[in-house]
Write a protein that binds this ligand. Structure first.
Ligand SMILES: [Zn+2]
Length: 281
């Protein structure tokens, strides 16, 4: 309250440079309740850039995940709001509003709706791949020969079955993408340097799922999905202990920053343990 009073009364020099996230949340409450946005507008950049998690005790992740969308919503800072809502959409299997949430219900509802859309598109991409396989059936690959994408239809069907009930299986879009990586990893491992008898691409499913996730850039203040790259956030998400970071690419221009790429070998190795290799068929 004091910080906001100082700002409103023009004693800006006494406003701290670095604000703990919890204090920033309290400021947001005052600004929100008293419609003071215009009075503090000039400080938003400094506040968000200087936001940090603060000394002990560190707030629990659940609170950070609630405060940041709320703060950025009250302070009308779209890129940061998108950044936060995007990773919540991608990383959580279901958006449950915490009991005493600051973030308005309509924001939670919008995030849930966009997540459902992303998951539905991912399922459609897998179904398309299965349809393509169904329509190009050929004689079964003989024992000991190089497997082809048709050998993995069962894996895709199992994946699809689980992805149909994301709440039941606690599947976020990121979790579904991991499952896609596992099937593709198994395929890569089983094929190795061999030449599959047919040329249908399993990587196409993966690429398209990645693209779908990359193109969903969170939501705007009206709850609509944003589908183009946005300017970088002011908040240093590491400094506030934001619990999520593994998501596909930051924007279209930097596909090399795809954080999953480095995990690909690991995922392929994990997939190998469950055994779908040429020697086990
Ligand atoms: Zn085939």
């Amino acid at each position: 309250m004091l910080v906001v009073m100082r700002v409103v009364h023009g004693v800006g020099c006494e406003v701290p440079m670095r604000l703990e996230l919890e204090l920033l949340k309290d400021i947001a409450v005052v600004v929100d309740k008293n419609c003071l946005f215009d009075a503090v507008r000039g400080f938003v950049c400094q506040w968000l850039q200087g936001a940090w998690v603060g000394e002990n005790p560190t707030p629990p992740s659940q609170e950070i995940l609630d405060w940041v969308p709320y703060i950025t919503w009250v302070l009308k800072r779209k890129p940061d709001f998108q950044h936060a809502t995007r990773s919540i959409i991608m990383e959580q299997s279901v958006t449950v509003a915490p009991k005493y949430a600051y973030t308005p219900d309509k924001v939670h509802t919008a995030m849930g709706r966009v997540r459902d859309e992303v998951l539905s598109t991912m399922r459609a991409l897998i179904r398309d791949h299965l349809k393509e396989l169904e329509s190009t059936r050929h004689l079964p690959v003989q024992e000991g020969c190089c497997p082809c994408p048709h050998s993995f239809m069962r894996d895709w069907k199992i994946l699809l079955q689980r992805a149909r009930y994301p709440h039941k299986y606690k599947l976020s879009p990121v979790a579904v993408l991991t499952l896609v990586y596992e099937v593709v990893g198994k395929f890569d491992l089983a094929v190795g340097r061999g030449e599959p008898v047919c040329r249908i691409s399993v990587h196409k499913v993966l690429k398209k799922c990645q693209q779908e996730m990359r193109e969903c850039q969170g939501i705007d203040f009206d709850g609509n999905v944003v589908r183009y790259p946005f300017p970088l956030p002011w908040i240093d998400f590491k400094a506030i202990n934001w619990p999520y970071n593994a998501w596909v690419g930051k924007n279209h221009q930097s596909p090399k920053e795809d954080m999953w790429e480095s995990q690909r070998r690991l995922l392929a190795a994990t997939a190998a343990l469950t055994g779908y290799g040429r020697d086990r068929r």
